[in-house]
Design a protein around this ligand. Structure first.
Ligand SMILES: [Zn+2]
Ligand SMILES: [Zn+2]
Length: 89
């Protein structure tokens, strides 16, 4: 049985209660077209990705600030550029 938080959610899935792994932050930035999450909306890798998308005629997507739990629930990984010191376990 998974541990439940005060919001009656599985702790790992609760935006407010899920523990933030060392090296990550509680709120991250994503774009609908990307596969990773970013520490900052001004991430250089994020900008370059959007420039690249534009250069090949792809649509770009607005940056959204979401909870880390939401981003990881979508299967996103940490951006290697902004979370260079984060080692997934
Ligand atoms: Zn909770
Ligand atoms: Zn990034």
């Amino acid at each position: 049985m998974d541990e439940r938080c005060i919001h009656d959610l599985v702790v790992q899935q609760c935006v407010d209660c899920a523990p933030v792994p060392e090296g990550l932050v509680r709120f991250v930035y994503i774009t609908a077209g990307g596969e990773v999450f970013h520490r900052s909306s001004a991430c250089k890798a994020l900008e370059e990705g959007q420039e690249y998308a534009l250069s090949v005629g792809m649509d770009t997507h607005p940056r959204r600030r979401v909870a880390l739990a939401e981003a990881t629930a979508e299967g996103r990984g940490a951006c290697a550029y902004c979370f260079w010191d984060y080692i997934p376990r």
